[in-house]
Write a protein that binds this ligand. Structure first.
Ligand code: CP
Ligand code: NVA
Length: 307
């Protein structure tokens, strides 16, 4: 049995196999063919943070696979009143076939998985957002940009930046991350990525200059400057991130026809200008839709690994 808590645990071949499954599932879904790969299975969906895309895409996804999703908010669960994660895991995993969790510390996900009888999928933690990266890569592939891929990530060294590090270092493409000073990626995660990059041939460039990161990039991406849980730092962060908005000037440095991706929700005229966002809205909302297809690929793949 495998869990999907971070891309760190997967080989290039495994990641691409899940993407291939997603491509196949999406193609059929466009013809309204929904193969019941997970017939009668139940996905427990535990949320300790807000969500639009993750909730809807997992709930619709499991439904289209022939199963059912149950939404479990920590506000309603005993988890929210202090029942330990490990007890929650031992109860819920006896009743459902797969679990998705959105939480704060990555260690909470790991604790749940350690005590779970069924596969556990991360729906985001403070450290990573791996299902988002599956959707992002599926979108890059659909736009035919996966060859000679150079991704520039501009902004906070957060869960999205960490997930890009894992994807790039596993698949072997070039990733440039530009953050303001003091908002760099986690050193341990970077060290892991560099070790994987040494094997895959990925090029990882870390810096504080958005302009040099964007030069000739084929994909530019960013994320909110204020992640869930950081609301009290808002004012300070807005000051510290000055000069890091992806605007037309930064986009003009990229390769001709470069994509702009954003995991959403987007805060216009903070991390991305209104102009860039609207000019690339087709790509961005295709990326959002691909959450549905990519996660179906992940769920079917995990189900096939069960003992
Ligand atoms: N991108 C993403 O995970 O969106 P939600 O927070 O709406 O789920
Ligand atoms: N970095 C953001 C991603 C939201 C999908 C957050 O953690 O809030």
């Amino acid at each position: 049995m495998r869990h999907f808590l971070t891309l760190k645990d997967f080989s290039k071949e495994e990641i691409l196999a899940m993407i291939d499954l997603a491509v196949q599932i999406k193609k059929e879904a466009k013809k309204k063919i929904y193969e019941p790969f997970l017939k009668d299975q139940v996905l427990g969906m535990i949320f300790e943070k807000s969500s639009t895309r993750t909730r809807v895409s997992f709930e619709v996804g499991i439904h289209q696979l022939g199963g059912k999703g149950i939404f479990l908010s920590s506000n309603d669960l005993q988890l929210g009143r202090g029942e330990p994660m490990k007890d929650t895991a031992r109860v819920i995993s006896r009743m459902v076939d797969m679990v998705m969790i959105r939480t704060f510390a990555q260690s909470k996900l790991e604790e749940f998985a350690r005590y779970s009888k069924v596969p556990v999928i991360s729906g985001l933690s403070d450290s990573y957002h791996p299902v988002q990266l599956m959707a992002d890569y599926l979108t890059i592939k659909e736009y035919g940009k996966e060859k000679d891929l150079v991704v520039a990530y501009i902004g906070d060294g957060n869960n999205m930046a960490h997930s890009w590090l894992m994807l790039a270092s596993k698949l072997g493409f070039e990733l440039r991350i530009a953050t303001p000073k003091g908002y760099e990626v986690d050193a341990a995660i970077l060290a892991d990525a560099q070790a994987f990059a040494a094997q895959s041939g990925a090029k990882i460039i870390i810096g504080n200059d958005p302009k040099s990161a964007c030069e000739n990039a084929s994909v530019i991406t960013t994320d909110t400057w204020i992640s869930m849980g950081q609301e009290s730092e808002k004012e300070q962060r807005i000051k510290d991130f000055e000069g890091f908005m992806v605007d037309a000037t930064l986009m003009a440095l990229a390769k001709r026809g470069a994509m702009f991706l954003h995991c959403l929700p987007a805060y216009r005229n903070y991390e991305v200008s209104e102009e860039v966002f609207e000019a690339h809205s087709e790509e961005i909302f295709c990326e959002a839709e691909n959450r549905l297809h990519a996660q179906k690929g992940v769920m079917v793949w995990l189900d096939r690994q069960k003992d």
